[in-house]
Design a protein around this ligand. Structure first.
Ligand code: ZN
Ligand code: ZN
Length: 183
């Protein structure tokens, strides 16, 4: 059984109930990455925390396309799939800890604070463990038939003016919507 990467936490000495990748993040990955089937519009992350977990697993399992497709559509073309892939490959991932999940912020946002652990100096057995400690923001985008959570990438330079309509398509001004979270 392949354990799901998002269920591995360095804080836990044992897993209370090990969850297989196939029962955890795999259905989300498959449904977004498999365009050939009608699964594409199937299962999707029901919360920002769920999306965060599937994105972590996608980093560990080197699925850069999943990282791109779960970022706000207006930002996707500005992402560098190749560099996401090499970063994911070169990082020696060691586990995930969700510190907090603010499931609802205003009308359509959420935040997840997490630590993504990795081992420094790949190749050295006694490598020190370190963590990316981050607060990530997410937005729920609705269209006529469905809604879906997306990651808001603060590192993407969008050069949007504060008074422009928001890049998430909400119809609100950027500064009152995702601009709050994209600093
Ligand atoms: Zn998982
Ligand atoms: Zn917005």
């Amino acid at each position: 059984m392949q354990l799901c990467p998002c269920q591995v936490s360095p804080k836990l000495d044992f897993l209370i109930q090990p969850i297989a990748y196939s029962d955890c993040c795999q259905p989300y990955h498959d449904s977004l990455l498999d365009n050939s089937s009608d699964k594409a519009d199937g299962i999707k992350a029901e919360s920002a925390e769920r999306l965060m977990r599937t994105r972590y697993s996608a980093f560990v399992l080197v699925k850069p396309e999943y990282i791109v497709k779960t970022t706000l559509p207006a930002q996707q073309a500005l992402l560098d799939t190749k560099s996401i892939e090499s970063w994911a490959r070169e990082t020696n991932w060691a586990g995930l800890e969700i510190v907090s999940h603010t499931a609802k912020l205003g009308k359509r946002h959420a935040q997840v604070e997490f630590k993504a652990f990795y081992t420094q100096s790949k190749g050295q057995p006694d490598g020190q463990q370190a963590a990316h400690h981050e607060l990530s923001s997410f937005v729920k985008v609705k269209d006529k038939t469905s809604e879906r959570w997306y990651f808001l990438d603060p590192t993407v330079d969008m050069s949007v003016s504060q008074k422009q309509p928001c890049i998430c398509g909400s119809g609100e001004k950027f500064k009152r919507c995702c601009g709050v979270y994209l600093g």
